[in-house]
Design a protein around this ligand. Structure first.
Ligand SMILES: Cc1cc2nc3c(=O)[nH]c(=O)nc-3n(C[C@H](O)[C@H](O)[C@H](O)COP(=O)(O)OP(=O)(O)OC[C@H]3O[C@@H](n4cnc5c(N)ncnc54)[C@H](O)[C@@H]3O)c2cc1C
Length: 430
């Protein structure tokens, strides 16, 4: 019987090179993912930590499928080369006879298993489990790199391959050493102590930290930035939590205005004076430039007022001339944080404060006076237009719960034609 050549053969022959291209893309992706997870300051200053983590997570979602496809395509290439051999034996090879393949498979299966846990488990698993999953993932990246190095440099010596893999290895080593060094220096320079805890509203307190030895990296912070803090307890340092520094940059103490949302935040009011608190940062790019931004519109929901507290305190200190409208949205008057201070700021600065209350007090709105106003219900296009003109040049800043942010972005588009990308946002979630 004559045998007909497989019409798909020319396409199947592309499997090898396509698989190799995916491997290189996957390797670049892994390096970028590790670099973003390392929180390099010059990257964070340009992107902001929330976006850094979002891209880190997106890469985590994209890389395992790319590497699975790489393994499948290499399996096709293998079966073409060794006609008759079972391709599946190649895909599940864990022998020591081919160390490069063994390392590749260990890395691939670790990534397939652990990346979904790392992404899904952030707020569902215990921090200990989530963190250790990440540590094993970083080890898997090192194993994946060893696989790539062995595969990429096999055959006759090739200076370009050596340079390419050498450079990638050097970058990974640098990131590892950098992260280790920042963690070690944090233990020395990042420990603050509780000075006091002051109640703001029924469920919000301000935690004040001091550090007589100096502020370390926080001495160069900008208004609106945040820190990641851990509190010393009976079982050592707690898991890390991000909070905006509500004190302005010229304050030598760190203030965090914290709403009780869960286990950690509910324990804040009970913290004793002198308790050590490890502070990492400052992070974030939610900081207006009063020299350049002359018209500012701030919109906050609930405890989302914290970056604006820091920004307005800084503006008062600098005697900033920018015209500012603050829409502070809360459910009731009792939920308003720093009400009197905002009133005083409205007198001192070119500031209009608009309290938007879901439910007005039965006795009616408190005395507004001057530049403090009260509106009832939800923030609407009418309320926005009533208190600020549709100014093309204004800068919009928004901080509040995610559903509120979605609604406000739509309002700003309707009321002023401001595209969502033009609104600077701080997401209290990553
Ligand atoms: C950049 C940034 C700045 C923030 N600033 C402030 C602030 O100034 N004041 C304030 O009260 N809160 C702030 N938060 C939110 C604060 O970090 C969380 O409310 C807190 O970590 C929840 O911890 P918990 O153990 O008390 O609650 P949990 O029991 O862990 O969770 C309670 C709720 O908070 C969510 N949550 C848990 N961990 C985080 C986290 N790391 N990031 C975001 N949401 C989380 C959970 O999904 C859940 O809905 C900020 C968050 C970010 C990302």
């Amino acid at each position: 019987m004559p045998t007909h050549p497989n019409p798909w053969l020319p396409v199947l022959r592309l499997a090898g090179p396509a698989g190799d291209a995916l491997a290189v893309a996957g390797l670049f992706g892994l390096v970028a993912m590790v670099a973003l997870g390392t929180r390099l300051p010059w990257v964070e200053r340009r992107m902001g930590l929330d976006r850094v983590y979002r891209v880190h997570k997106l890469l985590g979602m994209a890389i395992p499928p790319a590497l699975i496809l790489h393994a499948l395509l290499r399996t096709v290439a293998f079966s073409l080369k060794h006609a008759g051999k079972s391709p599946w034996s190649f895909l599940f090879y864990f022998g020591t006879g081919n160390p490069a393949l063994l390392l590749g498979h260990v890395a691939l299966y670790l990534l397939i298993l652990l990346v979904p846990i790392a992404i899904w488990g952030r707020h569902r698993l215990s921090f200990w489990l989530w963190k250790n999953t990440h540590l094993v993932l970083y080890a898997a990246v090192a194993v994946a790199f060893s696989h790539a190095w062995l595969e990429g440099t096999k055959g006759p010596p090739d200076v370009w391959s050596m340079l390419f893999y050498g450079a990638i290895g050097a970058i990974l080593l640098f990131l590892f050493v950098y992260r280790l060094a920042t963690r070690m220096s944090l233990r020395g320079r990042g420990v603050w102590r509780v000075d006091r805890v002051a109640r703001e509203t029924a469920d919000t307190t301000t935690l004040v930290l001091e550090r007589p030895e100096g502020q370390g990296p926080f001495s160069s912070r900008r208004a609106g930035q945040f820190a990641i803090i851990r509190v010393m307890g009976e079982r050592g340092w707690s898991e890390p939590h991000p909070f905006t520094i509500s004190a302005p940059p010229h304050s030598d103490k760190l203030h965090f205005t914290i709403k009780a949302a869960g286990r950690f935040t509910s324990a804040v009011p009970g913290l004793k004076r002198g308790t050590p608190v490890l502070c990492e940062g400052p992070y974030g790019i939610f900081s207006p430039d009063f020299e350049k931004e002359r018209d500012l519109v701030f919109i906050s929901g609930g405890v989302g007022i914290t970056p604006f507290l820091s920004i307005l305190r800084h503006a008062a200190h600098k005697r900033a001339q920018s015209r500012i409208v603050l829409f502070s949205c809360n459910r009731t008057f009792a939920d308003v944080i720093a009400h009197e201070e905002l009133g005083a700021a409205a007198r001192d600065l070119s500031l209009r404060v608009v309290h938007v209350l879901g439910k007005m007090p039965d006795e009616g709105a408190p005395e507004g006076g001057g530049r403090v106003f009260y509106e009832s219900g939800r923030l609407s296009a009418e309320i926005l237009s009533k208190h600020c003109e549709a100014k093309g040049g204004a800068s919009f800043y928004l901080c509040g719960p995610p559903p509120m942010q979605t609604a406000v972005l739509r309002l700003l588009k309707d009321a002023f034609g401001v595209p969502p990308a033009k609104v600077r946002r701080e997401l209290f979630f990553f």
